[in-house]
Design a protein around this ligand. Sequence first.
Ligand SMILES: CCCCCCCCCCC/C=C/C(=O)SCCNC(=O)CCNC(=O)[C@H](O)C(C)(C)COP(=O)(O)OP(=O)(O)OC[C@H]1O[C@@H](n2cnc3c(N)ncnc32)[C@H](O)[C@@H]1OP(=O)(O)O
Length: 316
Amino acid sequence: MLSSKFIHAFTRQIYHTNLITSATFNVIKKHNSTHTKNDLVLVDVNDKTGFSIVTLNRPPVNSLNLELLSAFSSVLDDLHKNNSRGMILTSSSSTVFSAGLDINELYKPDMDRVRKFWTSLQDCWIKLYGSSFPTAAAINGHAPAGGCLFAMCCEYRVMLPKYTIGLNETQLGIVAPTWFMATMKNTIPLRQAELALTLGKMFKTDDALKLGLIDEIAENKEDAIHKCEIFLKKYQKIPQTARALTKQSYRKNDIMELENNREADLQLFFLAISDPRVQSSLGKYVAFLKLKSRMKPILEAVKFLKGIFKSKKKKN
Ligand SMILES: CCCCCCCCCCC/C=C/C(=O)SCCNC(=O)CCNC(=O)[C@H](O)C(C)(C)COP(=O)(O)OP(=O)(O)OC[C@H]1O[C@@H](n2cnc3c(N)ncnc32)[C@H](O)[C@@H]1OP(=O)(O)O
């Protein structure tokens, strides 16, 4: 049997090499809720179960910028220090879990800031994927790219109907880092992962369930959280150290691969985003997202008018 010394050494290696000590994101304790100073990440601890509901709270779409990632990283440290019994990751938006990385961090970046940004993303992934506490995602909206990554880092995923999830990077003309790919390989069958990654495929909820990218479908957010709680409760009967060590051993190679190559990964990222073709793709994508957002009222008006015509036709 593996000793608890090993698990502590392993967890220490994961946490202590990457601790973010940011005064800006000190956590304020409020009753059983903790909020980061700027409320980018909300934490509510359920007194009965001991589970923490961690809510990404950066409207409108929870795009992951430096500040949100730093706040999330601090929250993960806190849960680890407090020996959390389990975490449920969700979103305060009613339609988006997370839109993935904030494209504005990648497009025409400030090099000093983008270094901190990428390092923070690495931190979050290492801490979430390798967490000693069990995790589940209540995916209450779309989860493209980085949003899908964080959901896949959790051991269990419950998603609401009619949303989409996937690693869509190739569609943007960018390559998902190897640790994004490793997380997907750990979640769905290898061949399906290769197809999903190369196509940059976004899966609707039903298809994601068939593929095993998610584990359950819920009717609404409350139901999703309830289903995550049922999953986390299963671990209450399992000795904590054995569970944590098994999870971390299972994911160890992926984590060590990044741990041992953080600077190389950062340099590869710099190289990729410095490529004029990548910048051109990102520029077009930013413009497309902005146009799509501005067209929304027009598209909704067209939809509304179509509805009126249809109902009039039926009456006649
Ligand atoms: C071999 C290894 C090599 C390694 C090289 C590394 C290279 C770099 C790798 C980087 C990996 C990247 C990971 C990512 O996560 S990239 C981000 C991908 N995300 C997306 O494609 C999602 C885009 N967004 C959407 O599809 C929709 O917004 C969404 C479905 C999420 C929600 O739709 P909805 O209709 O509700 O909202 P709007 O589209 O109207 O958006 C509202 C406003 O939000 C802005 N927005 C949306 N997404 C983003 C984003 N990701 N970043 C920044 N801003 C975003 C959008 O523009 C609207 O803003 P405005 O109203 O101001 O126009």
